[in-house]
Design a protein around this ligand. Structure first.
Ligand code: ZN
Length: 606
């Protein structure tokens, strides 16, 4: 692979020798943080010096970790990067132990003294948000001895997740299925994903029955494991005095419960939009009745569009033009400075991600094959990269990192602007149908499917909080009821067999503690923002209020809480307005598809 298609990790360390020198220096500095223990109350200056020292070491550790893990991702078969990475992780554990005094001592200072210290020592204002955030935990923090016991118990309460992962990855058998062409297939996850999208319905049906039938056989074990996870969340919320598992899970990001509950309410109120999409899908597939196993079948042929890296970069830069010249120029320079590792190679980590090294620059790992979906991935990861680029430039280390909630707004906004650009460029029927269908299915999966997950999670936690037991059977019944409600089973929109209630058993995210709702809320927010920014750019080039507010949110890093950042950028996630805008977008997309279908002479919806 030519050098220009690889990322330049030498910007982090020129060589492994430099890494080792830095590692030794950091290893020597880690124990020195202990000198601040039991001293934070001494004076504002001591508090400042403690924070500056500890965050300085944290920054050094992050840089070491990035280098070792990115070297590892380049080729996971090499052992040296993995050894170095493990050494950094061990150092980080030691650092965690040395600095464990920090939070309890800041809590012991209390609100008034912290405020007084900040007014006495102006350099402390950089740490105001961090200090306030630690103080917020006061009512949920136990004595140091008690916290130690809770932390030790954590090694036991994590069991559900750990065993689920071992069981599903290593021991759950892959069923064998014979397809209609007599081919026999072993349904590992990749084969399942491939064959569930078969254009032959008979095969989709066989694949679903075999795959979910096998999960159903193990429902008691899988249900027991999920119940362990829920029980452990209940343990944590009780010892830390939260009213519910939901409130405990949202507390770290300071996201109001209303945001979570509003998402579910909004989706319930808009199921007719999902049903319209499902009916459209039935027409495309020319079926008398849509079934759950028909949801992955392709409804338009894949596009022949293909991109070189240069074309993909140019397309992305053009698409992001509504974000302004500085933004586009910053990204262009980043591409030129080799932020991106483009091509797959033997041993390279699969998938894609964006990461950033504070004081260096962002990086992207891709496995680029030139397909349209690879272009979408570039736009997504470039959204993350520019978020980090802007926040790192404006924020001190302590507030540079972006939350998931806001981060996925930046990345999906890049995808939405790309889609719009593609639609502006491609006027032919097949390409437009392809693009619009991709968009619709993304909206279905992200807004409706993820919210169904979020509602399932909430329901089972509330049941367990009331003292009800969760089993494979009642989990499947709850999931089935939700599926049928969302997909309109009773109304004849989409038929869902009893067996598919077991789908919860294949979702590892249920072990992530109320995580998935953010995928939906982030996309809801980015749809509103993308629309406002584009319309503003089309109207008047000099007035860029919405764009500037958005860029200001990116540059703010984590100096404020996610909901406040989004509100300042012009989206209030505690109101129904953003979701309504997303539904308008989905309906507009379907309007366009219907008129394209009409052009093509397909029969009208019955
Ligand atoms: Zn992302």
């Amino acid at each position: 692979v030519p050098e220009r298609y690889t990322w330049n990790l030498e910007d982090i360390y020129a060589s492994w020798a430099d890494f080792t020198t830095a590692y030794k220096r950091v290893a020597r500095s880690v124990p020195t943080a202990a000198r601040f223990q039991k001293r934070l109350a001494e004076s504002a200056t001591v508090l400042y010096e403690a924070l500056a020292t500890i965050l300085g070491i944290d920054q050094d550790l992050a840089r070491l970790r990035s280098y070792a893990s990115q070297r590892y991702d380049e080729n996971t078969r090499r052992s040296r990067p993995l050894e170095r990475l493990q050494a950094v992780e061990q150092l980080a554990v030691r650092f965690g132990a040395v600095t464990a005094f920090l939070r309890p001592e800041i809590l012991a200072l209390g609100q008034d003294r912290v405020e007084r210290f900040i007014s006495e020592e102006p350099r402390l204002s950089e740490y105001r948000h961090l200090l306030q955030d630690i103080l917020r935990w006061q009512p949920h923090t136990l004595s140091p001895e008690e916290e130690k016991i809770v932390a030790q118990a954590g090694q036991l309460t994590d069991a559900g997740d750990a065993i689920y992962s071992i069981f599903t990855n290593a021991e759950l058998p892959y069923p064998i299925v014979t397809l209609s062409n007599e081919e026999t297939v072993r349904l590992d996850p990749a084969a399942y994903t491939h064959h569930r999208a078969s254009h032959r319905r008979q095969d989709r049906n066989r694949v679903f029955e075999a795959f979910w039938g096998e999960h159903r056989r193990f429902r008691r074990t899988l249900g027991g494991l999920l119940y362990v996870q829920v029980r452990s969340n209940i343990f944590q919320k009780e010892v830390h005095r939260f009213p519910s598992c939901l409130s405990a899970a949202l507390f770290p990001s300071n996201i109001p419960e209303t945001v979570y509950r509003r998402l579910i309410d909004d989706v319930h109120a808009n199921l007719s939009t999902l049903h319209r999409y499902l009916r459209l899908r039935r027409r495309f597939l020319d079926l008398d009745e849509l079934r759950y196993e028909d949801l992955y079948a392709p409804i338009v042929p894949p596009t022949a569009l293909h991109f070189t890296p240069e074309q993909a970069m140019q397309r992305t830069l053009d698409a992001l033009a509504p974000l302004g010249d500085d933004y586009v120029e910053g990204l262009r320079r980043g591409y030129e400075a080799r932020w991106v590792d483009w091509y797959p190679s033997r041993g390279k980590r699969s998938g894609a991600y964006s990461t950033s090294v504070y004081g260096v620059h962002p990086y992207q790992l891709l496995n680029f094959n030139g397909r349209y979906e690879d272009l979408v991935t570039l736009a997504h990861e470039s959204g993350h990269s520019m978020h980090a680029h802007l926040a790192d430039a404006r924020q001190p280390y302590v507030t540079h990192e972006c939350s998931v909630f806001v981060g996925e707004v930046a990345s999906t906004l890049g995808e939405l602007l790309l889609l719009q650009r593609m639609l502006d460029l491609h006027r032919d029927l097949d390409t437009r149908l392809f693009l619009l269908d991709q968009h619709l299915d993304n909206l279905r999966q992200t807004l409706f499917r993820q919210t169904l997950f979020a509602e399932f999670e909430l329901t089972i936690h509330e049941m367990a909080e009331r003292g009800e037991t969760l089993t494979g059977d009642n989990l499947s019944q709850i999931y089935l009821d939700l599926l049928r409600k969302y997909y309109g089973h009773e109304e004849g929109v989409c038929r869902i067999e009893d067996l598919y209630g077991i789908e919860w058993a294949d979702v590892p995210h249920f072990y992530y503690n109320f995580y998935v709702f953010q995928y939906a809320t982030s996309l809801v927010a980015s749809i509103s923002l993308a629309k406002a920014i584009r319309e503003e750019a089309l109207r008047d080039h000099r007035n860029a209020t919405r764009r500037n507010a958005y860029l200001g949110m990116l540059a703010a890093g984590s100096s404020k809480y996610p909901i406040d950042l989004l509100r300042e950028a012009g989206v209030d996630m505690t109101t129904p307005t953003p979701f309504e805008a997303a539904m308008e977008e989905m309906n507009r997309t379907m309007d366009e598809i219907e008129s394209l279908l009409h052009e093509r002479g397909l029969r009208a919806v019955s």
